[in-house]
Design a protein around this ligand. Structure first.
Ligand code: SAH
Length: 471
């Protein structure tokens, strides 16, 4: 270990910054966050730095540096582009045994500033000892994504209860108690903003640790349209904590890869005709597993509240008073549109967009055709492959121009994505000729013309773009 990490208490203590440019400002921002009183010395100083100094009762001196500027300081930073000046500040600070940092000159520093993940009061400092700062910053970025923003509030909650917990347990039990708080329902309640309930549950757990021991919970999670990178950070975190995951056909294998290795996986199906498990049984299974004290993840394709029956699955949980949360996902319309280069709205072409189910009821999609046939809107049909020709026909019959552009996106956002482009009159034949399999999404409207220009995503499919009338 080349450097010894410490955390300095700088509140109301004077820190000297020599320099007033961008780098000095960046340093000043950090010091001010820690409550330091800034003494800025430089002939010219950025407005922000002046503000930061005033904020905590510091001072700005618009002049050259003088040795006496170090008087009363607990720390010094030189951030000028004059090497001799930086050297002088470093020498004089060291003569007084003051910690000193000269930006980008390790040889002149007695300390270095780490990369920081700030979830105050929880603060993580990362350093490569100046050897590979970019690597340190990458580690930082990883940690930023892994540690929820609300960890700070969780730490504050812990601090409020610290003394009470300390007097209730001997050390080993205390550690186990806190682990349960930080990884269990109390933490999840905090993350969903239900602070009072979290506080209540923490109190209950402390009063009767065994009584509330095994409380399960369910997270209804949107797994997005296929590309695993489209998962939210929250989805990923909960998938990594799950005891058991219920998933269906639309959840891509790449997304399932990211589930915790030791979690049980239960396939609950949902092909059009092969319902691997009836909806009612899924609802009941969720309740059962949660009552066993499991952390249950119900993982669905796209967004759980868009044609996902997500509502039905949590109604039963709610009536059993089982804690649950809902994590939105990128719905197929957003994912497919983005990856096909088709903006769903556009100032010139579409002022609104509708998501419609193409699932036929008694052979007919159960929707208001005259409304859908109006121009100036984009229509997105989910589950529209089987009823494709009926849909196109009905739109034309109700007045939408037969030449209205249509895109059919197959397996959108995945390595197998394919986009078929035609219009209301031609798309059915194009699909029939090209051996299309689900899942597919139908986008109808003038915005589809932008595909030619904005298409950016390249999948592994041989003919990833098929346009009607072109060979
Ligand atoms: N809850 C999901 C939709 C479930 S309905 C969501 O928000 O996306 C199932 C329909 O979604 C499929 O029939 C298909 O129309 C569409 N769909 C889902 N994933 C898709 C994908 N990767 N590419 C194209 N369509 C998709």
């Amino acid at each position: 270990m080349d450097y010894f990490p410490v955390f300095l208490d700088l509140k109301q203590r004077t820190c000297l910054i020599v320099g007033g440019g961008d780098i000095a400002t960046r340093k000043g921002r950090l010091l001010a966050r820690a409550g330091a009183r800034l003494r800025i010395v430089a002939p010219s100083v950025s407005d922000e730095l002046v503000q930061l100094a005033e904020q905590n009762g510091g001072q700005v001196h618009w002049r050259e540096y003088a040795t006496a500027d170090l008087d009363g300081c607990v720390l010094a930073i030189a951030a000028t582009d004059i090497e001799t000046l930086n050297q002088q500040v470093s020498d004089e600070a060291q003569a007084r045994y003051l910690p000193v940092n000269v930006v980008d000159s390790p040889a002149l520093c007695t300390y270095i500033t780490p990369a920081i993940v700030d979830r105050s009061p929880l603060v993580i400092a990362i350093s490569s000892g100046g050897e590979a700062p970019v690597l340190a910053r990458m580690v930082r970025a990883k940690l930023e994504t892994l540690i929820p923003a609300t960890y700070g509030r969780l730490a504050q909650l812990a601090s409020r209860w610290r003394e009470r917990v300390k007097s209730a347990f001997v050390e080993a039990d205390r550690r186990r108690f806190w682990e349960r708080i930080f990884q269990g329902p109390v933490a999840e309640l905090m993350f969903s903003g239900r602070e009072q309930e979290a506080e209540q549950l923490l109190g209950d757990t402390l009063a009767a640790p065994d009584a509330v021991d095994r409380r399960g919970e369910v997270a209804l999670i949107g797994g997005g349209p296929g590309d695993p990178e489209l998962l939210t950070l929250k989805a990923l975190r909960l998938m990594q904590q799950a005891d058991v995951v219920l998933y269906d056909r639309l959840v891509s294998p790449e997304v399932m890869e990211l589930v915790r290795r030791d979690a049980d996986r239960i396939y609950v199906g949902k092909r059009r005709s092969d319902h691997a498990m009836p909806q009612q049984n899924i609802n009941e299974l969720l309740v059962e597993l949660a009552q066993e004290g499991k952390r249950v993840v119900r993982l669905k394709g796209g967004d759980p509240f868009i044609f996902g029956r997500g509502g039905e699955e949590i109604e039963l949980l709610a009536s059993h008073r089982i804690p649950f949360q809902v994590v939105p996902g990128i719905t197929a319309a957003s994912g497919c549109a983005a990856y096909a280069g088709i903006p769903l709205t556009h100032r010139d072409h579409a002022q609104s967009v509708r998501f419609i189910t193409g699932h036929l009821k008694d052979g007919q999609p159960n929707v208001s055709w005259p409304e859908l046939a109006m121009p100036g809107q984009t229509l997105v049909f989910y589950m529209g492959l089987v009823g494709l020709s009926e849909i196109c026909q009905a739109l034309v019959e109700h007045g939408r121009a037969p030449g209205t552009p249509v895109a059919l996106v197959e397996k959108g956002t995945t390595r197998d994505q394919r986009v078929l482009i035609g219009d209301l009159a031609t798309i059915s034949d194009l699909v029939a000729a090209n051996d299309v399999h689900g899942p597919t999404l139908l986008i109808v409207g003038e915005v589809v013309t932008l595909h030619g220009q904005l298409n950016w995503f390249v999948s592994d499919r041989k003919h990833a773009q098929i346009v009607a009338g072109e060979e």
